[in-house]
Write a protein that binds this ligand. Structure first.
Ligand code: ATP
Length: 320
């Protein structure tokens, strides 16, 4: 497994296992992860990989007291120990589940007021807090309509607003953009950026690679309950900087040897593939190639997309 640890993790998981009662296989196996504070952390994996289980564990949906026997390993969140400080962890965590978590027959305002009552928010702060959630999620115009009348996108936004009621330090979003139109998707991604800019740590699961690529700065790919890879987005995409060149004439072994003494180049009989190092500049590489007397007919440069990296890691598509 590849890992690059960022300096100040807010969530630390060490050797975490979880097996649902009655299940033959563990849903989480020896999970080691760190979520950098203030990051937008993308948790990726195919159906059944263990993403929701992991979020449920971190947010106490799978209650810690039920895990004292079965939980091996260590979870620390914002300096609090998972088993001993469960209540404090709850107060700094917000969860936006995959399913709608509101009463359809109530209006948006009534839902916000009802769920705010479940937190210990001082009466003097209550209205401001609801206003904050409404503003982040753009619910002003629909606030006094019943939630069941909302479009899919607005329902998702109300779900997010409810997860923000305790102004969490860490917000867990489980597939917040499933089944919504492009405009709502854009709105939600902007809201997530805004929350991150305010200092909130975001843990985000999604099947949409292009979304994750746009908003996440750290990514973990999990499958069959195991972490396959954790890396910063920059490192992940940077590692994949490849220059593919098609020369006019096939390379001779002698020319290849000269080039290989200077750059990391592979030759498959038709294409040269150059792996660019972090500080390597394309023009320097092209100059070397020109100096070796090679005429290039075609050139392609680009990082792999996150989707390509994901497929390489999991050997399968997101939804099969
Ligand atoms: N309540 C449960 N009881 C028993 N097994 C469960 C339970 N919830 C999930 N599982 C199993 O645990 C494994 C991980 O499931 P989980 O829902 O965490 O995956 P996921 O990555 O969130 O999938 P999806 O993308 O479909 O939401 C699966 O094999 C699933 O069948």
């Amino acid at each position: 497994m590849e890992q690059d640890h960022s300096p100040s993790p807010i969530v630390i998981l060490e050797a975490i296992n979880h097996r649902y009662s009655g299940a033959t296989e563990a849903a989480l196996k020896d999970i080691n992860l760190t979520v950098p504070a203030g990051s937008c952390f993308g948790l990726l994996g195919p159906n059944g990989a263990g993403k929701t289980t992991l979020i449920s564990l971190l947010t106490g949906i799978i209650a810690p007291q039920n895990n004292k026997q079965s939980l091996q390993g260590r979870i620390q969140i914002s300096g609090f120990d998972y088993l001993n400080d469960a209540q404090r962890i709850k107060t700094i965590s917000g969860l936006v589940p995959q399913d709608y978590a509101f009463y359809p027959a109530l209006t948006g305002r009534e839902n916000l007021q009802f769920f705010a009552g479940l937190y210990n928010i001082a009466a003097s702060q209550l209205l401001d807090r609801i206003d904050y959630c409404v503003a982040v999620c753009g619910l002003e115009k629909v606030l006094d309509q019943r939630a069941e009348t909302y479009s899919g996108g607005i329902k998702r936004r109300l779900n997010i607003a409810l997860g923000l009621l305790n102004k969490p330090k860490i917000l867990y979003l489980d597939e917040p953009t499933v089944g919504i139109d492009a405009q709502s998707r854009y709105f939600i991604l902007q809201a997530i950026r805004q929350l991150k800019a305010s200092g909130m740590t975001i843990v985000y699961t999604s099947h949409y690679m292009e979304e994750v690529e746009q908003i996440c700065d750290e990514v973990a790919i999990i499958d069959h309950g195991e972490v396959l890879l954790q890396a910063s987005m920059a490192t992940l995409l940077m590692n994949e900087r490849k220059l593919v060149l098609t020369p006019e004439q096939p390379l001779t072994p002698a020319t290849l040897a000269i080039l290989q003494a200077k750059i990391a180049v592979d030759w498959d009989g038709a294409h040269m593939t150059v792996e660019l190092g972090l500080n390597q500049v394309i023009s320097d590489v092209l100059l070397l190639i020109e100096q070796a007397g090679i005429v290039i007919n075609k050139m392609h440069f680009g990082s792999s997309s996150l989707e390509q990296i994901y497929l390489q890691a999991t050997h399968r598509k997101l939804r099969q």
